[in-house]
Design a protein around this ligand. Structure first.
Ligand SMILES: Cc1cc2nc3c(=O)[nH]c(=O)nc-3n(C[C@H](O)[C@H](O)[C@H](O)COP(=O)(O)O)c2cc1C
Ligand code: SF4
Length: 641
């Protein structure tokens, strides 16, 4: 099938694009501390451009130092940034991709921890997620900031970039002025919509004056901020018209701000259906006269992209995480190789969760992301690689080793590949883990890995038979010493997810981490009465913010009861005894499900040393972690041979 609308040339202002696919801005945390371009970042952007996307928008890049939001974010605040940005332009242009940069200032959505100074904002009201009262900008300071955006645009143009995007979305500075949620000013910059739009219009005018009429300037807006008193589509439509009249060449429609981030619409997780923001893009498109509109958010399939364009809901389609997962997506789609795509599974583990934790951006399904140079290294002679365990880490090791031309044999003791990915996918709203398992299995088969199922590997005495043995045998559930824990009504969550019939009647889940919460959801959705007992004061804190918010909402709807700061002291046949600050009590429990963590299965290593020159222990077998850690661990082990 071809996708004529996706691959039709496009136009933004005077700029022509080779297709309608856009990589939206995504902070990677790959830049130097001073905001300049690094070779790692350059390799990454070069790889994305090579994959066939028509237009790349470089990440939110701060126009002034106090507007920086992440430590290793890209800056456009000084002329010293120009040489690095030039390299980005060259990297993209060699593949015929257009490249622009998002000019931004975080306003109150950053902290003095990141910038060293008090944040600034239209009004001295703290963002509820940052909790730091910002300095209220004076009119002089506003004027200085307007000039900073213009200077940023000048630098972008001088570097040979093709356009700039003004970041008016996600509750950053321009958005802060636009919205009553953050703007309580009583001067000419606050109150009426005309006043709230003033800052944005001044920025547009100053940028235009700097770069001229022909240099494209686009704007990103939140079509709905999803907060009380925040921007909603109707008002955004009016803003869009004003910005179009002021000379904006395209509008890029996202949603939300930090306060509504957890609702999962800005960067939709697995639990949110694909394409949730398309109606907002379509709404903005209806409001503007002739400028193109870019739709974004969890647009993962070429069919969806094609339909959005065909129906006229938008003129361009931005695919962000999809390109982190597989930068070759546009070329593969164009050549009809859909079956080779590595799908973004919307886990948010490798990318945005890491960014919000102050780390660099990875991609769970694509360990090469951000490590392009290491993976591009030529392999040496063909090696013999043994992988034991067909879960996420083992499959990932096998995939990378085989893709580098090595001879790989993989032993899995069960009848199917996937390990814990199969169990993780059983809980509601976890379809992404099935997609990852399918893609990994497809790849190891396609790459000719010798997969041996129902095969419990026993090292025979064949000294030095393998160049590398990768031990990926996962972890086992922890079973603490609680009286009654050996009872016939006690199971661990893995057993229950595998065989639901084990769980009967009223259920108590011991352990309220993310896994416990998901097991509780799985069982409550099957109509069991479920109580979760958790020792700490918090529930599911190891889940990504958005996932946690949505999960807690669903658990409340399902009537799941949570007992925090409570510990189980004894398990009986129809009840358990728990203890908390108010003393001991018994709660009814026909079945008790343990979700108290895992510990590595690390046997075999010394015996493997006899048959392999090197042994790598990866994934949960080395250290219990998330899927993203397991996939990377396996891939790096394979890369090392
Ligand atoms: C790691 C990461 C960083 C992001 N940084 C930015 C940013 O700098 N500016 C911005 O407007 N949006 C940012 N976003 C949002 C994306 O541009 C995009 O709107 C969002 O990921 C949804 O699209 P997708 O489902 O295609 O990824 C970021 C998203 C991710 C995952
Ligand atoms: S880490 Fe997960 S959500 Fe992020 S790009 Fe990769 S697969 Fe998608």
């Amino acid at each position: 099938m071809s996708y004529p609308h996706v691959f039709a040339p496009g136009r933004i202002g005077k700029m022509r694009t080779k297709n309608r696919l856009v990589m939206p801005p995504m902070v990677r945390n790959y830049a130097s501390l001073d905001g300049s371009v690094t070779s790692r970042y350059l390799d990454h952007i070069e790889r994305v451009a090579r994959g066939g996307v028509g237009t790349i928008i470089l990440e939110a890049s701060y126009v002034a130092p106090e507007g920086k939001g992440f430590l290793n974010e890209l800056g456009v605040h000084s002329d010293a940034m120009i040489p690095g940005l030039k390299k980005f332009a060259t990297a993209a242009h060699q593949y015929g991709a257009r490249i622009g940069i998002q000019l931004y200032h975080a306003g109150r959505q950053t902290s003095s921890k990141t910038t060293g100074v008090q944040p600034v904002a239209p009004s001295p009201v703290a963002d509820p997620t940052v909790n730091e009262v910002p300095h209220e900008l004076t009119e002089d300071e506003i004027g200085r900031l307007v000039r900073s955006y213009a200077a940023g645009a000048r630098r972008a143009k001088a570097a040979g970039l093709d356009f700039v995007e003004l970041h008016g979305a996600h509750g950053y500075l321009i958005g802060q002025f636009l919205s009553r949620f953050s703007n309580a000013r009583r001067d000419g910059y606050g109150g009426s919509l005309a006043n709230r739009t003033r800052f944005g219009l001044e920025v547009i005018a100053a940028v235009r004056a700097e770069v001229g009429r022909d240099f494209p300037v686009t704007m990103r807006l939140s079509g709905d901020e999803l907060v009380p008193d925040g921007l909603m589509l109707k008002e955004v439509q009016t803003i869009a018209k004003r910005f179009e009249d002021a000379g904006i060449d395209a509008l890029h429609v996202s949603a939300g701000n930090y306060a509504s981030y957890a609702q999962g619409l800005m960067i939709p997780p697995m639990a949110i259906p694909d394409g949730p923001l398309v109606p907002l893009a379509a709404g903005v498109k209806k409001a503007v006269k002739k400028i193109p509109v870019i739709a974004v958010a969890k647009i993962r399939t070429p069919e969806m992209a094609e339909n959005i364009l065909k129906r006229g809901q938008a003129d361009f389609v931005a695919i962000g995480r999809t390109l982190l997962a597989d930068p070759e997506w546009p070329n593969k789609v164009k050549r009809g190789k859909l079956g080779e795509i590595s799908r973004c599974v919307a886990c948010n583990q490798g990318c945005i969760s890491r960014l919000f934790a102050g780390q660099d951006v990875w991609c769970t399904v694509n360990p090469e992301n951000g490590r392009e140079r290491a993976f591009a290294k030529r392999r040496g002679a063909k090696k013999r690689v043994l992988v034991i365990g067909g879960g996420a880490a083992g499959l990932s090791a096998a995939r990378v080793a085989a893709s580098r031309g090595h001879q790989v044999v993989l032993h899995e003791q069960e009848a199917r590949l996937g390990g814990q990915l199969r169990l993780a996918a059983v809980a509601p709203f976890r379809k992404g883990w099935t997609e990852l398992r399918e893609d990994l299995v497809r790849d190891v088969v396609r790459l000719g890995v010798d997969v041996r199922l129902k095969s419990r590997f026993e090292p025979a005495d064949e000294k030095g038979k393998y160049d590398l043995a990768v031990l990926a045998i996962g972890s086992s559930a922890v079973k603490p010493k609680i009286p009654g824990i050996e009872g016939s009504n006690v199971f661990n969550s893995r057993e229950v997810l595998k065989r639901q019939a084990l769980a009967k009647g009223r259920i108590v889940v011991l352990g309220g981490g993310c896994a416990g919460a998901q097991t509780a959801e799985f069982l409550a959705a099957k109509k069991h009465k479920v109580t979760v007992v958790e020792m700490t004061a918090n529930f599911a804190t190891d889940a990504p913010t958005d996932e946690r918010f949505l999960l807690l909402g669903r658990l409340a709807k399902l009537g799941v009861v949570t007992m925090l700061e409570t510990k189980a002291t004894a398990i009986g046949s129809g009840s358990i005894e728990v203890e908390n600050a108010s003393g001991k009590k018994r709660i009814l429990a026909d079945t008790v499900v343990l979700c108290l963590g895992s510990r590595p299965n690390d046997g075999l290593v010394s015996r493997l040393r006899k048959i392999a020159k090197r042994v790598s222990v990866v994934g949960d077998a080395a250290k219990v972690g998330r899927v993203t850690d397991a996939v990377l661990d396996g891939a790096l082990a394979a890369l090392s041979v």
